[in-house]
Design a protein around this ligand. Sequence first.
Ligand SMILES: [Ca+2]
Ligand SMILES: [Ca+2]
Length: 196
Amino acid sequence: MRRNAILLALLASASIRCAEGDSLMDAGPPDTGIADAGALDSGVETQIPTPPMTIAAEWPDTEPNDTPEQAVPVGVIEEAVWMGFSMPLNAINDDDDVDFYVFRTPDAEGLMRLTEVSFIVCWQGGLDLVDLALYRVEEGRIAETVREAATQSPNCEDLMAGMQPSELLSPESIYLLEVRAAPGLMLGGSPGLYEA
Ligand SMILES: [Ca+2]
Ligand SMILES: [Ca+2]
């Protein structure tokens, strides 16, 4: 009964508002506002994409990939990290661009075979272009920071720095690689291409 009364009161107030001359146009924006709030809520709920079970043959810089939730899913890591060989080419597109990629590790045996894999990202131009970070992902969220590489090197950042993948990574797990513009970067309008 009480609920019906409230509903009637709401309907009555709505009719009064209409009667007062508030057009349907005016009724629009609050609705849009609610829709936006809904989108925001679902944004909070979104998770880091689950990478496919296929081989991570290409690591394209598909923008926007500026947040972990927008990470480019690249599959199971094998042999090498391939950046700068497929379109869209990997680049720091502006002075504070961030590129996230999410990948899987193979099983323990496969991981031991990954002796040639390195996480060395290089570029030209003689400026400090990128910093790197590697995170372990659990249930679609960042569980821990595994390692960071943030030197002032003018040509490469090396995330592994002499370690083997099997020392750094767990088998059959999901990891997120962050390639972000180095602090204070000034590209002067042209993108800073990088390769791995
Ligand atoms: Ca980019
Ligand atoms: Ca980006």
